[in-house]
Design a protein around this ligand. Sequence first.
Ligand code: T1G
Length: 653
Amino acid sequence: MSAPIEFSATVSGTIRDGVLIVTLDSPPVNATSAEVRRGLKAMLEFAESSAETTAIVLTGAGKTFIGGADIKEFGKPAEEPTLPAVIEAIEAFGKPVVAALNGAALGGGLEVALACHIRIASAVAQVGLPEVKLGIVPGAGGTQRLPRLTGIAVALELIASGRIVKASEARALGIVDDVVEGDLTEAAIAVAKAMVGKPRRRTGELSVAALDPAETERASAKILAKARGQKAPGEAVRLVLSAARPLAEGLADERATFLALRDSREAAALRHVFFAEREAGKVAGLEGVEPRAVATIGICGLGLMGSGIAVAALSAGYRVIGLDQTADAAEKGRERIIGLMEKNLASGRLDQASFDAQKARLSVTANDADLSPCDLVIEAVFDDLAVKTDLFRRLDKVLRPDAILATNTSYLNPDEIAAVTQHPERVLGLHFFSPAHVMRLLEVVRCAKTAPDVLATGLAVAKKLRKLAIVTGVTEGFIGNSIFSAYRREAEFLLEDGAMPEEIDRALEDYGFPMGLFAVYDMAGLEIAWARRKRQAATRDPSDRYVEIADRLCKAGRFGQKAGRGWYVYPEGKRVVDPDVTAIIETARAKKGITPRSFSQAEILERLLAAMAAEGQRLLAEGIAARASDIDLVMINGYGFPAHKGGPMFAAG
Ligand code: T1G
């Protein structure tokens, strides 16, 4: 084994039996930064002139092969050598180059591997071209080389969805040539030595069959329907479908498309979201604070929310003790939880062994004392202060003093709930979004007295539950419902001023929301907000503008889709504009002496986005939200705000 050869600060190699073993070591994910690209170029120049070197093995240090191009370099002046240039040099290289995928090979990382003459992977390796999730397309050969290995249909699905596949599937699809259980480097060296002197299979030289028109039409339509206004998926489809043309032509088209998309607002928005998700977990004041150990989670209230939380906790590996008011209610809760798990089993999301293991970790009871082993108890009982405070008083008596108490309340003040316990420092809020076993978003509420390690524990549990945790301070509705209330209020002002529900919904859906606000309202039911408005009536400031239209709908029994009518009417379940609602709106306007005017989509959007941003600024000013990007993540992951628009704060920027 030769002494290490430094090609750059992040790329080094050693020669053993004529094979140059090259390791990329550029934490945290071996992204192909300018430094890495320079190192790879220098390595190739060395290997070409080294008579001792007969072949190359390329691998990564740590748990990633190459995590992609360095996203942090986007928007900066390009530095030579470009990634395509390095990749083309690898593919054209005169000696065998073996990619040893020790971990994730994503984006530019997979594009490097595709240019190598053979790819072998460890069992933990994953591969993918997730560029569309960043609003771009692969920009270093992915749309042209992947189809040459997998065929156009498979490449189309992988590139347009950005789906990441495990090593075994990558092998089956022909992306990697072998999956190695043992020592990956040893296996790669053996493969490299066996390739010396033999003809090389250069991916770019392989031919690819065009897709038949019917399959093209079907695949493209499905992808474009899901794109919901995003540009990148459509461009990815176009590039992959035309991969049968000469490689150089395809690469030039791909590069030009990538560069144009990379500088687009949509790509900037998605990069903002990518980095925001990683920033959200960095909470001021928690540096070095150790979370408490949590193995057993108690869940009080096994209704819709509680059962969803239980499923999330079971699938994350926790033991779960469910509590409800009676043995019968507890058993019904257990059946609800098992029912959700059976759906996962039937869909293949859960295998039988995992199902059995999770079921064995679940127990239910109507006896508070059975919660005594719990390290954390989450309450998801009826959202009423008396009910919750009574429960917390009871739990205070049966839990260890260091056990953590979490409330899932949406609108009550968690500080008032904490105040009834002897140890308010052990109380925080864990505000799940329904269905709790599906929705990624989790608002972690830092109460006035929440101890730092209790907050750190909430974040650690959220991570294990695979939730996107956003820390919020205490205000009515926390971050998400505060912003939602603000833009619902503005939408109702627009109704009074002259816009119609269907116009507002269409503006939101054309902007990228999966459903407009009033359609969502009808789906969730109008009665919940009505009950809250009635509770607030006594303390409402009479000088505040108040819109009565929603109250009039509720008084008319129009509670939404479940009632067959709400903001819309639902003949055979289809959402239809209802002239009766138009009449109710017109009456409300006349009562206030408002002369309605028409609004363009742009005006409607401008007012709604401005209302969201203004409320976001309030949340920042009051310290409820730690950063604007946290607010964007809440609205994208909890309320359907289109990620490719970046969130209300990014959009206002
Ligand atoms: N560039 C720059 N920084 C990156 C990065 C990247 N590609 N990927 C991750 N980071 C940072 C991240 O911000 C965080 O920083 C730290 O690394 C750990 O990330 C030409 C143009 C690889 C599966 O889309 O999916 O290639 O917060 O917490 O959970 O066609 O990172 O520590 O300061 O996510 O172990 C395509 C993106 C790029 C993959 C590792 N590649 N990354 O997950 O760590 S575009 C991607 C990931 C491209 C080519 C095009 C994941 C990971 P900090 P992490 P992880």
